[in-house]
Design a binder for this molecule. Structure first.
Ligand code: ZN
Length: 243
């Protein structure tokens, strides 16, 4: 079985389509939230994820903000501007899908969450201390999370020793041992690790193996759409920088 794991699409349909083409045939799609916010195609991204992942998707902080569940004051000014724009784009059917998304999902040995188990919507897991707090609440062997937009792997043993996560690059495969892991596939729609290519992961539960991938897409075309929509220049520029 092959499971495509995606996070932080952020309304970037071209990046999502490139990921789907590069992933090839998969048995399931799991989504770690932030389908919308920042990018120019929030409606289409919700529609694609609804069709591909169905209920196998958790709520992100941008998704929650579009539902009015958190104050826009929690966001920086450009993110807030893009969220106001995004809220105007979504129809009742898009909001209805986002409304149904839980903050956490458990499939047998795997937990899905956007941020962390200590703060499902908002907390970033960048450090060993943050990872340890989530491991303490984790009831499964593996947890996929997003939110940082940086591909990372924390093992419970390494986090206990205070070590930083490993940062897998394109084509890197990790074989899971007996321990427990927190795995971030990186962001489809707005990578922040200096590599502007869309990021995703393929999980093969039978082989207990995760492969990290990066795929190029037409960034200039997305930037042109964002400019035409009047989205902030900072958000347009960062796509090409991978930050
Ligand atoms: Zn995000």
């Amino acid at each position: 079985m092959r499971v495509l794991v995606v996070a932080d699409l952020h309304g970037n349909l071209a990046a999502l389509e490139a990921v789907l083409a590069a992933a090839g045939p998969v048995d399931r799609v799991w989504c770690l939230g932030d389908i919308v916010g920042y990018g120019p195609r929030p409606r289409e991204c919700v529609e694609r994820i609804r069709e591909l992942a169905g209920p196998a998707c958790v709520l992100g902080n941008h998704d929650a903000a579009c539902l009015g569940r958190s104050s826009l004051d929690e966001f920086n000014p450009v993110a807030r501007y893009a969220l106001r724009w995004t809220m105007l784009q979504l129809g009742p059917e898009h909001r209805a899908y986002l409304e149904r998304l839980p903050e956490k999902l458990v499939f047998e040995e795997v937990t899905l969450v956007h941020g962390s188990l200590r703060g499902p919507i908002w907390e970033y897991v960048f450090t060993a201390e943050q990872a340890r707090a989530t491991f303490a609440l984790l009831r499964t062997r593996l947890c996929f999370l997003g939110h940082t937009h940086v591909p990372s792997v924390f093992s419970e043993e390494a986090a206990a020793r205070g070590e930083p996560p490993s940062r897998p690059g394109d084509g890197d495969t990790i074989e899971l041992g007996e321990g427990r892991y927190l795995v971030n596939p990186g962001s489809v729609g707005q990578p922040r690790d200096g590599d502007p290519r869309a990021a995703f992961a393929l999980w093969e539960p039978d082989r207990r193996r995760i492969t990290f991938r990066r795929v190029p897409y037409n960034i200039e075309a997305v930037q042109a759409e964002m400019a035409a929509a009047g989205l902030p220049r900072l958000l347009i520029e960062r796509l090409a920088l991978g930050y």
